[in-house]
Ligand binder design. Structure first.
Ligand code: B12
Length: 225
């Protein structure tokens, strides 16, 4: 069944109900809001990632920053998002594989793997063959994976600006070992907070959201959409 595109107000309503479920620690309601009331009613994975799960996580961050939420509540909320993403991954209709191989990793030291997971899931559902390495990947270990797999694209995620050094180190070592054979994408909130990072590194690709990354990766790698 094809449904009309969700309006902003529908997405805002889903986000508000999802956030309320996260704050109550109600895992079943959180899954119901995103899967039954979102995905099953025609809201796309991209919209759910960006305007429901992602934006609720950012709101959790604001509450935490203002001391309106404790660390345990933030952990509980993030665990709920991981559960919900696993359900979405299983249920979302994946596009036909496009033959392009991508490795997604958080740079060394970076513990925020949920943003990178959003990126990995969006690429995967869009048809890319994705290896998601998770949080805090030592640069040596990342290079070993790249040497073994020789992917078309490596997507490096950094949230904290104090991990800019890890991003710089990873990019320069990937270039030294592979030249231009592996395209490099750099992204995550560290790029917003460290204004010169992307300008200095000139990666093949950057994007502010998972959805934008998918579109740009398609163009960069010559995938028909
Ligand atoms: C959950 C959380 C944690 C969890 C992480 C759990 C996990 N498994 O991810 C834990 C508890 C580990 C944590 C730790 C810390 N955190 Co924290 N955390 C958060 C929180 C609340 C949510 C993160 C999240 O899920 N974001 C949701 C997604 C959607 O974020 P996103 O960045 O917008 O992602 C999109 C884009 O960036 C892009 N993207 C992401 N990766 C890539 C890669 C590529 C290649 C591309 C192209 C695009 C791209 O696509 C994504 C999807 O559209 C944020 C709040 C926030 N605003 O994000 C704080 C936040 C990031 N944390 C913060 C802080 C301060 C910390 C700590 C320093 C706290 C401490 N004192 O220990 C540590 C640092 C840990 C470390 N060494 O890395 C601050 C950072 C402030 C700043 N300006 O520096 C924030 C903003 C909270 C706040 N408001 O104060 N945190």
């Amino acid at each position: 069944m094809t449904l009309t595109a969700p309006r902003r107000s529908d997405l805002a309503d889903l986000q508000a109900r999802y956030l309320a479920a996260q704050l109550r620690g109600d895992r079943r309601e959180a899954v119901r809001v995103v899967v039954a009331d979102g995905l099953d009613r025609g809201v796309s994975l991209d919209e759910l990632i960006e305007h429901v799960v992602g934006s609720a996580q950012r709101e959790i961050g604001r509450l935490w920053e203002r001391n309106e939420l404790g660390v345990a509540d933030e952990h509980m909320a993030t665990a709920i998002s991981n559960l919900v993403l696993a359900q979405l991954y299983e249920r979302a209709a994946a596009a036909e594989r496009n033959g392009k191989d991508v490795v997604v990793a958080c740079v060394e030291g970076e513990l925020h793997d949920l943003p990178a997971r959003l990126v990995a899931d969006a690429l995967d559902v869009a048809g890319f063959d994705v290896r998601f390495l998770g949080a805090n990947v030592p640069t040596d270990a990342l290079l070993a994976v790249l040497a073994a797999r020789r992917p078309d694209l490596v997507a490096l995620s950094a949230t904290m600006s104090f991990h800019s050094g890890s991003v710089r180190d990873a990019v320069s070592r990937i270039r030294a070992e592979h030249g231009g054979a592996i395209a490099i994408a750099v992204g995550g909130a560290a790029c917003d907070w460290d204004g010169v990072l992307v300008a200095d590194l000139q990666p093949d690709l950057t994007a502010e959201s998972a959805r934008e990354l998918v579109a740009r990766a398609r163009r960069l790698l010559g995938v028909e959409s």
